[in-house]
Design a protein around this ligand. Structure first.
Ligand code: ADP
Ligand code: MG
Length: 548
């Protein structure tokens, strides 16, 4: 490392500079350290991490993206690894641990090639070729799934949920079914295919009860109460107005003063206000609404008039919930009361305020042809509930991408073994130094079956050898690691399947991140403001998790 002295260097005084092979070594070590950190959390037998924030909040999870996010890593290379997980999360919703693991091992293997004096651009080129070929291989081995193949879709949901080690027990199948049903409800047909906006599946959760009490609601659950005790708490055949504007007399923006010099003036001022509020409620009533969801506040007096007219109202509803309500009930959100007409109203078979675990919640149900639905999750404690939610989000992503792409692959590491095997054949065809990089790429994919084997208490090397031998036979390409029974077995028969997109995205984002990191041969870090050595050879210590 070079510490710049004023004038001698083009870089500012006090900055640190690491160049060449040293820079690569540090970056590889950090990328690999991040992968090692989450390695034990892969798969259904993966271990959980308990993350304690500076404020003392506790998160227990084995979700790769969540672990990395909660850790607040601050080394730039560690941040790139976190980005890999985030991209995977955004594009697919599942496979975050896998993508970071592959990236970490691509880096580690690249380090070994660098030690053999193979240039980083050659490695990057080989990795790129390997990623392209891996993509083709994945297409070759993927199997088709149709939107009405409920059993396959349920298995995909089950595997995505099941790899989070939450003890859902018998409820797992039930939740998997809820997930498939909810994805199908919000799915739209477009250009001969299907498209799913997972935003339209709202997740609402409450502790208490067991996961088996979770429900799919064809409508929206709002975590708010009916605003006035005199209002009806249950309305059948609801006609719903969605208001973006407040049901209050808006105060002027500028400092205005109203001068009142006599009691009569005061009286008439109040009467005027009262009349305006009453007019607002009359307007709502005149269009035929019997339920109001308001994004802003509702004046006490307006509440009183609404209650008198038997209109149910909920105030300060989140913007995102307003959009979902519009989608579920086919209402239009209105920004000014003057514009409200009966055409803007939405419909729901039933709206009811219910008490759940001590809190009032408003259930908007039985919506016809609802394009937004709610998964209402229950579990015994806050921590379990949060992990159930993460598992459900992963599964929604997995089922959605399986439907959108119409393709799935087999899990339990068998896809990685098969892709690696075919990549090794491909490497010999390419020849040259790139061949070594392609082989290194194939070896990096082995981290998945190896880690799954270790998590099941099996010998990683023996398992890998046995898997490779099996995969030589074309009839055995679905053989993988059965972590539940700790043996090598046909994972297709076991129903351990995953959407094709999980594997494709993991390989492409891992390769991109790795190649980006490999191209760096100069780290210039500004003088740290207080202590610390950003980018310094503190190596993995460059991460400063709020944990550990
Ligand atoms: P990610 O964040 O990458 O999704 P997970 O912890 O969900 O990580 O683990 C996913 C891996 O676990 C996949 O490779 C998947 O095939 C594997 N897996 C899931 N369920 C099983 C199972 N029952 N047996 C073997 N492997 C499984
Ligand atoms: Mg997963």
């Amino acid at each position: 490392m070079v510490r710049a002295e004023g004038g001698q260097n083009a870089i500012p005084e006090g900055s640190q500079r690491v160049i060449g092979r040293d820079a690569q070594r540090i970056n590889i070590a950090i990328g690999y350290a991040v992968a090692s950190l989450i390695r034990t959390s892969l798969g259904p037998k993966g271990m959980d991490k308990m993350l304690v924030s500076e404020l003392g909040d506790v998160v227990i999870t084995n979700d790769g993206a969540t672990i990395l996010d909660e850790m607040n890593v601050d080394h730039p290379v560690a941040k790139i690894m976190v980005e890999v997980a985030k991209t995977q999360d955004k594009e697919v919703g599942d496979g975050t641990t896998t993508s970071v693991l592959i990236s970490g091992y691509l880096l580690k293997n690249a380090g070994e090639l660098l030690d053999q004096s193979i240039h980083s651009t050659t490695i990057a080129k080989g990795y790129k070729l390997a990623a392209i070929r891996a993509n083709e291989i994945l297409d070759e081995i993927a199997l088709p799934v149709k939107v009405d193949d409920d059993e396959i879709l349920k298995s995909i949901a089950n595997v995505a949920i099941g790899s989070k080690s939450i003890g859902l027990g018998d409820a797992k199948d039930y939740i998997a079914k809820l997930i498939v049903d909810s994805v199908k409800l919000v799915m739209v047909e477009r250009d001969g295919g299907y498209y799913i906006d997972t935003e339209h599946i709202k997740i609402e959760k409450k502790t208490g009860e067991s996961a088996a009490e979770s429900k799919l609601i064809r409508g929206i659950v709002i975590d708010k109460e009916v605003v006035h005790s005199g209002m009806p708490k249950k309305i059948d055949d609801a006609k719903i107005a969605l208001l973006e504007c407040p049901l209050e007399i808006e105060k002027t923006e500028t400092d205005a003063r109203i001068e009142i010099t006599s009691p009569e003036q005061m009286q008439s001022f109040l009467e005027q206000e009262e009349k305006m509020l009453k007019n607002m409620v009359d307007k709502i009533k005149s269009v035929g609404a019997n339920v109001v969801f308001c994004q802003k506040g509702i004046d006490d007096l307006a509440q009183h008039y609404l209650a008198k007219n038997r209109i149910m109202a909920v105030r300060r509803v989140k913007k995102s919930d307003m959009d979902k309500l519009a989608n579920a009930t086919h209402a239009r959100v209105v920004s000014s009361l003057d514009d409200l007409s009966s055409d803007d109203l939405g419909r729901a078979g039933l709206i009811e305020e219910r008490k759940v675990a001590g809190d009032e919640m408003v259930f908007v149900e039985k919506c016809k042809d609802a394009k937004s639905v709610t998964l209402f999750l229950r579990a015994s404690t806050e921590q379990v509930l949060d992990e159930v939610e993460r598992a459900v989000v992963d599964a929604i992503g997995a089922v959605s991408s399986a439907i959108e792409d119409g393709k799935y692959v087999i899990g339990g590491g068998c896809t990685e073994v098969e892709v690696a095997q075919r990549l090794r054949d491909y490497a010999t065809k390419i020849g040259g130094r790139e061949q070594l990089a392609i082989q290194a790429f194939a070896n990096a994919l082995d981290v998945i079956p190896r880690t799954l084997a270790e998590s099941a208490g099996m010998d990683a090397i023996d398992t890998l050898v046995s898997l490779r031998a099996k995969h030589k036979d074309k009839n055995n390409i679905t053989v993988g690691v059965d972590v539940v029974n700790s043996k090598v077995d046909d994972m297709k028969k076991q129903g351990v399947i995953e959407p094709l997109r999980v594997k494709k995205q993991a390989i492409s984002s891992a390769t991109e991140a790795t190649n980006m990191i490999l191209r760096i041969d100069d780290i210039i870090s500004a003088k740290p403001k207080s202590g610390g050595m950003p980018g310094g050879p503190g190596g993995p210590g460059g991460m400063s998790p709020g944990m550990m």
